[in-house]
Design a protein around this ligand. Structure first.
Ligand code: NAP
Length: 253
């Protein structure tokens, strides 16, 4: 699929990887529908996309809320007339051990709310946006591409029961949707990034960052544009569907 003039929705498009992917695709002439929670961040991202050479509109929407998602995609279709792509990128972290033990006693456990909030955004949000995008593409007669952003943590990372389960889940949806939607001209693929320099990882303690970087065979964190490059490749390669691309500097958990 040509990126030029394609209408592509990106969740979590206001900052980090979502914004980097939006700017990268804007530079190739895409029309971006940026979805996020905070209007100011969305506005800044839209300006950056226009400066990069693309069109951009913004939509405040909580991807974990069914009604929000339905009305947002309705508005995108009304504004642009078409939908050719969705990048399911919005995500949160609420890390913690399932059980934290001291002197043989469990002193802390992952709260159900901690589990549920990550599942709601990172897994249910992906389902809701994927279902809505597919519905709109099919009913509008648009060919398109859905990309789920997972993580290296899908393999199972200590302290991330909630996040690892959600990322394994969105990876599993990739071949499911690729098989179900191929007949409508919709491809689906995923990207599993390693550690990338964004606001999400900037919040890590410096010691933890250093230790983590030392374990990456390429000896550095990924750059957001390297993930964006993989997303553009998925859009442009019409025989790529049902698979995950791992962009992680050879790090393995
Ligand atoms: P980020 O900087 O925290 O950006 C995520 C964006 O999603 C934020 O703007 C956030 O808004 C938004 N968001 C959160 N909950 C939302 C909701 N319910 N509805 C709509 N938008 C919501 O994260 P990032 O590092 O760019 O990560 C983007 C994706 O890549 C995530 O799925 C993450 O799991 C994945 N990933 C990142 C890395 C990495 O190293 N950075 C590695 C592997 C995978 P607020 O800030 O206002 O909450």
């Amino acid at each position: 699929m040509k990126v030029q003039d394609s209408v592509i929705a990106i969740t979590g498009g206001g900052q980090g990887l979502g914004r980097a992917m939006a700017e990268f695709l804007a530079a190739r002439g895409a029309k971006l529908a940026l979805i996020d929670l905070v209007p100011e961040k969305l506005d800044e991202a839209a300006v950056a996309c226009r400066e990069a050479g693309g069109e951009a509109r913004t939509y405040v929407c909580n991807v974990a809320k069914e009604a929000d998602v339905e009305s947002t995609f309705g508005a995108i279709l009304k504004d642009f007339g078409h939908l050719n792509g969705l990048i399911n990128n919005a995500g949160i972290l609420r890390d913690g051990l399932m059980v934290k033990v001291k002197d043989g006693k469990v002193e802390k456990r992952m709260e159900l709310s901690q589990w549920q909030s990550v599942i709601d955004v990172n897994l249910t949000g992906v389902f809701l946006c994927g279902r809505e995008a597919a519905t709109r593409m099919i009913e509008n007669g648009d060919r398109g591409v859905i990309i789920n952003i997972a993580s290296i943590s899908r393999a199972g990372n200590m302290g991330q029961s909630n996040y690892s389960a959600a990322k394994a889940g969105v990876s599993a949806l990739v071949p499911v949707w690729a098989k179900e939607l191929a007949r409508y001209g919709i491809r689906c693929a995923g990207i599993a990034p390693g550690f990338v320099e964004t606001e999400m990882t900037a919040s890590m303690k410096p010691e933890a960052r250093e230790k983590m970087t030392a374990g990456i065979p390429l000896r550095r964190m990924g750059r957001p544009e390297e993930i964006a490059h993989a997303a553009a490749f998925i859009f442009e390669n019409d025989y790529l569907s049902g698979r995950m691309i791992e962009v992680d500097g050879a790090l393995r958990l």
